[in-house]
Design a protein around this ligand. Structure first.
Ligand SMILES: [Ca+2]
Length: 116
């Protein structure tokens, strides 16, 4: 893991998440059901300007939300899932460095996170 990852439940309680190979490629994925993943990029030596998070959401469009913030906590962008039950990439780009991001989900498998 090249950045810090933590998770909380929807109401600030413990998140329900576990490893599961949801796309059957032999590599364990992270199933969030439900929870909020928090990615902290402040320890990275390079600026983060783009996030590509590959997911499968089992809840409807708009229910899985990726949000990015700068170091002061100002929102930089927000993108959500558009399909249910199929693989898609949540892509978020910013003109200023992304300090941290959250992924809020009810029933979503996180297959890959690429930080650029
Ligand atoms: Ca997998």
């Amino acid at each position: 893991m090249i950045f810090n990852l933590s998770a909380t439940g929807p109401a600030g309680g413990p998140a329900d998440y576990f490893l599961w190979d949801c796309n059957g490629d032999g590599i364990q994925d992270l199933m969030v059901a439900p929870g909020i993943l928090k990615m902290d990029y402040s320890g990275l030596s390079c600026d983060v300007l783009r996030l590509d998070v590959t997911i499968i959401s089992w809840t409807g469009p708009g229910s899985t939300v990726l949000e990015a913030f700068d170091a002061a906590g100002n929102p930089l962008g927000r993108v959500s899932n558009s399909v249910q039950g199929a693989k898609e990439v949540l892509m978020l780009q910013s003109g200023v460095p992304i300090a941290n991001a959250t992924l809020s989900a009810y029933e979503t498998c996180v297959i890959e996170m690429i930080v650029n």
